[in-house]
Design a protein around this ligand. Sequence first.
Ligand SMILES: CC(=O)SCCNC(=O)CCNC(=O)[C@H](O)C(C)(C)COP(=O)(O)OP(=O)(O)OC[C@H]1O[C@@H](n2cnc3c(N)ncnc32)[C@H](O)[C@@H]1OP(=O)(O)O
Ligand SMILES: CC(C)C(=O)C(=O)O
Ligand SMILES: [Mg+2]
Length: 502
Amino acid sequence: MSDKLWIFDTTLRDGEQVPGCQLNTREKIIVAKALEDLGVDIIEAGFPISSPGDFNSVVEISKAVTNPIICALSRAVEKDIEVAAESLKYAKKGRIHTGIGVSPYHIQYKLRSTPDEIIRRGVAAVKFARRFVGDVEFYAEDAGRAEPDFLAKIIEEVIKAGATVVNIPDTTGYCLPEQYGGYISLLKNRVPNIDQAIIATHCHNDLGMATANTIAGVQQGARQVEVTINGIGERAGNTSMEEVVMAIKCHKSIPVDISIDTPKIYGTSRLVSKLMNMPVQPNKAIVGRNAFAHSSGIHQDGVLKHRENYEIIDPKDVGVAESTIVLTARSGRAALKHHLDALGVELEGDALREVYEEFLLLADKKRDIGRKDLMGLVGKFVTDSSFIELEKVSYSSNGTVSADVTLKVGEETHSAHAEGNGPVDAVLKAIEKSVEPQVDLEEFLIQAITHGSDDVAKVHMKVIKNDKPYFGFASNSDIVLASAQAFVDALNKIPVKEYATV
Ligand SMILES: CC(=O)SCCNC(=O)CCNC(=O)[C@H](O)C(C)(C)COP(=O)(O)OP(=O)(O)OC[C@H]1O[C@@H](n2cnc3c(N)ncnc32)[C@H](O)[C@@H]1OP(=O)(O)O
Ligand SMILES: CC(C)C(=O)C(=O)O
Ligand SMILES: [Mg+2]
């Protein structure tokens, strides 16, 4: 029989420590509800002593969320623990998370203390927290660099004092998987009362080892994993929830059950990325834009024949509609044919070979091959009456912001006027008014390339049509124009056959 693996999410505490990621209470409640919906077991909602805002967030999350345990962080300091307990008064199930540094660095240089005194303070903190709640987690900060004998001793003592969960953080992301797993097996084998508490992993990603270390910990007997959505967190981040969950789902040999509703992973990732203003790197495992995108011919042919040739996860299992086949100069005929079929152009044999040769010449010069390029290549076989070209864009701000756009769709000219919250909003609305298909704008990123006031803005956009993502890119020194061009670029990638279905 498998054990339960408790999923402890610290996006709203450790994740929120990242500069620029701070959320207000309303936004934290949105994330907490999404985490509840995703199926997490414990939400670390904040560090209540740190500010009135964080205290209030823990109070409001406790009211808003029903199923998960709500956890509040504190130092091994009585006042911190009292405030944490106060913040949890509305929690249906509340947990206080208290602890202290245990590595020689932390004991000597941070806390200016001695090992014996650290054990005394840790034990006192756990006993004090138990006066308020029955569920007390102890963290042994910087356990990843602790003396093993000292770690085993303090863990034994805090369990005696009433800790229900013992958290073994690799706070500085120092460990290799074998070392981190070694700490967990040491505790399992050496601490006589270890079966009275759950061992938790809490890994940081300074060497890119957070997921590997967490999995090593679970393999050695840890039964709680502390993770964040998209792996956000201090410095290089925390362990990413989606990576751990999917690694365990992919490897049935790890004998644990997880409560996460995996098709909700992608939506939760986007929500956190958007609210925290923290873009997800394109090659991020599981949730990155390219996690299910195939761009070289041999892979594309393999995926088109049988998805599992090059995918270990079905994208639908994590909430991504489908894999994408991206046309590049490394693509082969299978990929080209796949795209032409989607445009309604069915070519075989010599015709396909002829178009493929021309496609290669073009793809060697151009990074991103879009619908206009493809229709140009197959022009003698078919005409495209739906390609969109941006002819004119103007906007003004006179109390209300409005925009006028002129577009050419196939041979026809369309003009539209719209108002918006700002110039980009107005221009995109005007474009949407005059074209099919209507789409949902899911992601919109503007990046400065050189960082001067004469900078060129690079815009990346993701739109959704019929649950499928389409990406648009553009760069221009005019941010509004770059946004309009990226939007049109994305629209032009939507196959005509998708227009009819809304
Ligand atoms: C590994 C982690 O992620 S730990 C969590 C990190 N998150 C945060 O720090 C965010 C919230 N922190 C805060 O708001 C503030 O730092 C507070 C309210 C906790 C403390 O503020 P201040 O009282 O001004 O202290 P300051 O931040 O300057 O220094 C931290 C103090 O806590 C002590 N301390 C650090 N960790 C612990 C601990 N686990 N238990 C007891 N004391 C601790 C330090 O030794 C230092 O004490 P000192 O001033 O006597 O040397
Ligand atoms: C407070 C503890 C759990 C922590 O975040 C760490 O040690 O990384
Ligand atoms: Mg941490």
